[in-house]
Design a protein around this ligand. Structure first.
Ligand code: XIL
Length: 371
């Protein structure tokens, strides 16, 4: 009796095994040399792909040239890239009318070789502008009419140069302050509030197919600043301005806590017909690193990613650098750092595991398609 039971069990097991072998397409069985990998072992980009999401990173061009580990990992893990600096005005047009496209072109070529989309960052901002521009405005040498013409030319030249090679542009970066007022920049002072609509129209004119975004920090959850963006977006759309997306940068810190309503916030922009994206995620911490802070950091990344996954047409989750080896945080926030998914030796931190696991789960049976 016992022997029979064992035999039945063995036959069933063999039959099941055969069924599995027959039932799976040839390419899906690892023993036959196909490309199938269990989700747990897949890089972020193929996992994100199962949810119709692109996962991106900011790229430091010096590190890309000098550090092959840094470079290989970007190719392996990410399906989108953003220039951390080289598409900003001070790099693109260091002298008036003299363009320096080369570093940005290199990134675009790298992305193409690695089947990555490029998020363009950024056309209009109050930071990282060339001295000829800021000093010219400050001294009165450049008056408002001339400034408007300079802005128009810059946007049209830059968007045209990259036409067809950029997925979406951050057209105006950080246009609103934390109180929800238009940020008091030289753009606003010289050109008035219409500079925003103008910038979008010029960009659209130069490349009618590229998607155009507003982008800012502290707008992940619902607060006075994101409310102001919600109103601005409605006004722009009502005026027929070619606005297509809203980017929440996602610069968080463990000491501040995290918004719990990211999907609700991004969802209201989706309801306006806009795409959304997390464009610059990092979660910094006061140093030194400890396990509690690393766990909190993982939670911050998870909340940003889940907020995106839960929002229809949240098309990209981009981190602002992926290794602590190259990070803007220590240089900008005194005593803080360790903001990225991997440590300085490219070892995954709990945050990497959180992002990875969230993508594994999201791409399962109940995945939904956002493209
Ligand atoms: C940062 C870069 O990471 C630094 O290398 C640079 O020195 C300053 O700018 N919001 C943005 C990004 O939109 O462009 C900023 O990037 C980080 C904050």
């Amino acid at each position: 009796m016992r022997a029979r039971l064992v035999l039945v069990a063995m036959t069933t097991a063999v039959a099941l095994l055969m069924l599995v072998q027959v039932g799976l397409p040839a390419a899906a069985t690892p023993e036959r040399g196909g490309g199938w990998e269990p989700p747990e072992e897949q890089p972020l980009r193929s996992l994100a792909d199962r949810s119709g999401l692109r996962v991106g990173t900011a790229v430091d061009m010096t590190a890309l040239a000098d550090d092959s580990t840094y470079r290989d990992r970007i190719a392996e893990e990410f399906s989108a890239v953003t220039a951390e600096n080289v598409m900003k005005w001070e790099t693109i047009e260091p002298e008036r009318g003299e363009y320096n496209w080369q570093p940005a072109d290199e990134l675009v070529a790298f992305a193409r070789r690695n089947r990555q989309k490029v998020h363009g960052h950024t056309l209009v901002w109050h930071n990282q502008n060339p001295a000829w521009l800021t000093e010219g405005v400050a001294s009165g040498e450049i008056d408002s009419d001339e400034l408007r013409e300079i802005l128009r030319t810059h946007i049209i030249d830059q968007v045209r140069h990259f036409r067809g090679r950029i997925w979406h542009w951050d057209v105006v970066n950080e246009a609103i302050d934390d109180d929800g007022n238009l940020r008091d920049t030289f753009w606003l002072q010289q050109l008035g509030p219409d500079y925003i609509a103008d910038a979008f129209r010029w960009a659209h004119q130069a490349d009618p197919r590229v998607k155009l975004y507003l982008n800012d920090y502290n707008v992940e959850g619902i607060n006075p600043k994101s409310d102001a963006y919600y109103e601005l977006a409605q006004d722009l759309l009502a005026d027929g301005v070619p606005l297509h997306g809203f980017g929440a940068q996602g610069h968080l810190g463990v000491q501040y806590g995290f918004p719990g309503d990211i999907a609700e916030n991004l969802g209201r922009f989706a309801d306006l017909g806009l795409e959304t994206a997390i464009t610059e995620a990092d979660v910094r911490m006061p140093l030194p690193v400890d396990n509690t802070k690393l766990a909190a950091q993982a939670q911050g990344y998870r909340l940003l990613l889940e907020g995106c996954l839960l929002t229809p047409r949240c098309v990209m989750f981009t981190v602002w650098g992926y290794t602590d080896k190259y990070s803007w945080v220590p240089g900008f926030f005194e005593g803080e750092g360790a903001a990225n998914l991997l440590d300085e030796d490219f070892n995954p931190k709990p945050a990497y595991d959180a992002v990875h696991t969230t993508l594994v789960l999201a791409g399962g049976l109940h995945r939904h398609h956002r493209r």
